[in-house]
Ligand binder design. Sequence first.
Ligand SMILES: Nc1ncnc2c1ncn2[C@@H]1O[C@H](COP(=O)(O)OP(=O)(O)O)[C@@H](O)[C@H]1O
Ligand SMILES: [Mg+2]
Length: 319
Amino acid sequence: MASHFRSAEQQGSDGAEQPEAVVPEAAPQAEIADSNDSSASQSDPLEEVHVVTAAEPADPAEQPGFTSVFAPLADEDGPAVSRTGTPTVSFRNVTLIYPAQPNKPALDEVGLDIYPGEFVFIVGHSGSGKSSLLRLVTRELRATSGQVMVAGQDLTKMKNKKVPYLRRQIGTVYQDFKLLPDKTVYENVAFALECIGKPRSIIKAQVPEVLRLVGLGERMEHFPDQLSGGEQQRVSVARAMVNRPPLLVCDEPTGNLDPAISLGIMKLLDRINRAGTTVVMATHDREMVDSMRKRVIALEAGRVVRDQEKGGYGYYGAL
Ligand SMILES: Nc1ncnc2c1ncn2[C@@H]1O[C@H](COP(=O)(O)OP(=O)(O)O)[C@@H](O)[C@H]1O
Ligand SMILES: [Mg+2]
């Protein structure tokens, strides 16, 4: 999936005059399933424990007419990701020092490799450096020293004018949803495509589809303040995914949600990952991490103290 990233040159002229991107440029859709998957998820044990409340839409995979991008959850672990080729994200001796805290690096000699198709939790106490790490991946920040590579591109050397093209290929989801309050659900997602100059015909096709996929097909004309927190987060996931980026970066996406609703969001992210998108998710939701059995990278005071396959939240610090 590293090859899904395209350089600024490859992205053609449609974005050349565009301002800062909101969402990634289109990724190839070759791996996107177009068959009807609605029956395939019925046996998933996770489906059975998901509490569907009036405020929370049913899992989209259970709805009639579900087709699509998101593979059904399997009842076992997905196929192992082969760690070959170019990592999607690679850190080498990365140190980040904020000018306001010159004696306390936010990240201290961090090294890690995340390969295409992986799902990785970044865990650690508040202040351990999770958000800083993600902000280096999106080039909101530049490392003080060391090398940050995304899909083979060196972000520490990348010129500012190329950053919008990078960002089009990275979907982002945050704890506080960041929806535009005066736009409908449909308009919030459409806006992300408008900002990168997508034609109306594409917008009209892709926006309803992605909203159906996240279970909001019936809520397109609602405004954010008419939605539950879980629904608002689904809108922000839809917005992040509408252009099918190869990499999804999530910073505490369940941080404002209660456990049952968080599980629905987690399942959505898992499904997105199983369809091929690399997902990097910062969280301190211990139960979630323990239940998902994904790779866990633990930070403590800016250092990687654990990097474990199918890990739990654990004691970070215990190597
Ligand atoms: N803008 C900033 N200026 C100065 N220090 C910061 C800034 N943002 C974060 N920090 C510091 O960097 C460290 C890591 O913060 P952060 O990456 O936000 O951690 P986490 O996301 O794990 O809570 C903390 O010590 C925090 O106080
Ligand atoms: Mg944070």
